[in-house]
Design a protein around this ligand. Sequence first.
Ligand SMILES: *Cc1c(COP(=O)(O)O)cnc(C)c1O
Length: 402
Amino acid sequence: MSFSLPETFSKLPRYPLLYPSPSPIHPLPVLTRNLNRNLNAAPAVSLFAKREDHSSPLACAGNKYRKLEYIVPDILANSNLHVLGARSEAKATTTLVTEGAIQSNHTVQVASVARRLGVEAIVILHKATGGGLAASSDKNAFLRTGNVQIARLLGAEVRMLDDSSTVDDGDPITPILEELRAQGKVPYWIPSGASLHPLGGLGYARCAFEIAAQEKEQLGENSRFDYIFVACGSGSTVGGLIAGFKLLQKIEAQTQQDGNAERVISRKVIGILNSPTKPREYHEGRVLSFARRAAHLIGLDPERDVTPEDVHLDDRFAGTAYGALDPTSKEILALIAQEEGVIVDPVYTVKVMRGVMHWVQEGELTRDWSRRLGTSPSQNRVNALFIHTGGQSALSAYADIE
Ligand SMILES: *Cc1c(COP(=O)(O)O)cnc(C)c1O
């Protein structure tokens, strides 16, 4: 399967980290059957999963590799174009530096990319970020197993900090970069989740085109993934998807003006928040800015083509704390494992699935669909796509799951 990107987008440099074929999309037949059971109202909702956890041969495949594909060319050029002591003279990067919570998936993916590029990685893990460590009944294990173990296996230098300050507020990072420079090294800083990086949204803008191509192949010409549910953590996954689908929508609208195709309702991207720390409005602002930044780079008019109305975030499933696995989420993790044979992760995708199940079971999705469709309910099936962004490698740190 191949797909093409519009010219401006296709010219942006990308370093392949994913498999050459798209990550698979498959139906979730048991969940689809069970969730529709109590829904008397048509249309039925069909659930599918896009397996970003099967996107790359690199360690613990997940959504960060897609973002990093567009960042690696900048690492190799070492323009360090975003923050923290950008250097004018071009010297080859020696060390990737990044940060996250203790069981961060992002830092493992950066560590693995460092191996691929033949450079070092320093991974800064914040003990106070989120509630995973605090809620753990075996703190010693939480600090050593799961993603921490894997980062070390990948040869990353793991540094744990007690406070939770990030570059956003206090700044423990600059001294580390200065220390490296004093040793003659050339560090390259990748912010948490790569979202604040100016190129961080491009990977998922491209993913929108990949999904549209798979949709055509798997659902046929006249159906689409009407709803796309994805985790919203640092925000550039959902932001990138919004930008990519807006560009697609613009292209599709032009094709329609040229004659054929009937009017189709645009796909709706819904970001499920997994942390109650900051209010939804904070995330909406960030996601909008990431979507606009990507939109600008791929050839859209960021202000006109991407608006606050394109950003849909749901904060009802964030639970008690980032990284804390509450009893309901535990049940859902087991339910999906036992119904579909699919393992979701304890931090992000379990909360997304909780959201998806709620939207379907409570009839919210079909009501929203009817509202959007207006007076012509011609479609008797709605397709919803759950993006599985990976993260199962954190599970062993949550060993008290039974
Ligand atoms: C990082 C991550 C996310 C969130 O992606 P953002 O772009 O930070 O919003 C979702 N799922 C998993 C498994 C992740 O590791």
